[in-house]
Design a protein around this ligand. Structure first.
Ligand code: ATP
Length: 236
């Protein structure tokens, strides 16, 4: 197997003012891989995504396709085709679905057309003329993801895309993520829903107190010892 590293992070530290939150995160994501960040509330998963995106004060090595991102501002990081879908979805509530999809600028060639978006998320097609405020939580989540896909980003940072959603919607989002992976997208996903994460991901990192404390590949999950170790970290 080829192992071309798209993202390689070494010794990543992050800070909110005087509060030192990440203490030397090491991780990598290979091209086409789907990797999750697992861990309890407050472990530092969201902050890791924010640090990659340049949205929080950080120190350490962040390499993307060989380029050094560690001193770049968010808009320059986005130009590499890195798209961030934060937990608070931030869609425009006064605009309808199609209008929301027409807003994002193209950052990199290869952004999905509205038609491609509607094939990926059939629910959104049905709701094309509905205002943002009228959408269900699941539809809002799909729209937040779809907007990033319009920009041409092909490396996705997704924060808790399943949070608070019904199982049937989680299933649909899982299918969409699987299709993106087939199209060659590389994805780093923060997830609290371990059953969901384990169904879709190639590899998992466990974050605790701002450090990576474990790394588990999909195939290792069948090992009872590994499963038990993971469960003790996650408290599930
Ligand atoms: P969660 O699922 O609860 O978001 P997480 O693993 O994503 O968990 P982070 O949101 O990265 O955790 O938070 C890591 C630590 O940073 C926590 O102790 C949190 O209280 C702190 N923190 C997060 N945001 C801020 C902020 N804006 N200012 C100060 N501290 C913050």
């Amino acid at each position: 197997t080829h192992c071309e590293k798209r993202l390689r992070i070494e010794g990543l530290n992050a800070f909110y003012g005087d509060s030192h939150v990440l203490h030397g995160i090491d991780l990598h994501v290979e091209r086409g891989e789907l990797v999750t960040l697992l861990g309890r509330n407050g472990a530092g998963k969201t902050t890791t995504l924010r640090a990659i995106m340049g949205l929080v004060e950080r120190r350490g090595d962040i390499r993307f396709d060989g380029a050094d991102l560690s001193r770049l501002p968010p808009h320059k990081i986005a130009r590499f085709g890195i798209g961030y879908v934060p937990e608070e979805r931030g869609i425009f509530s006064s605009l309808d679905v199609t209008e929301n999809l027409l807003l994002p600028p193209t950052i990199k060639p290869g952004g999905m057309t509205i038609e491609e978006i509607y094939t990926l998320f059939p629910n959104l097609k049905e709701r094309a003329g509905s205002q943002g405020t009228k959408l269900s939580g699941g539809e809002q989540q799909m729209l937040a993801m779809a907007r990033i896909l319009r920009t041409g980003a092909d490396f996705l940072l997704l924060d808790e895309v399943t949070e608070g959603l019904a199982p049937v919607i989680i299933e649909q989002i899982g299918i969409a993520i699987g299709l993106l992976k087939e199209r060659g997208f590389t994805i780093l996903l923060v997830e609290q829903n371990f059953p969901f994460a384990s169904r879709i991901a190639d590899r998992h990192y466990v974050v605790e107190n701002g450090r990576v404390v474990d790394m588990v590949a999909k195939d290792d999950l069948n090992d009872p010892g590994v499963a038990e170790r993971l469960h003790s970290f996650l408290g599930v």
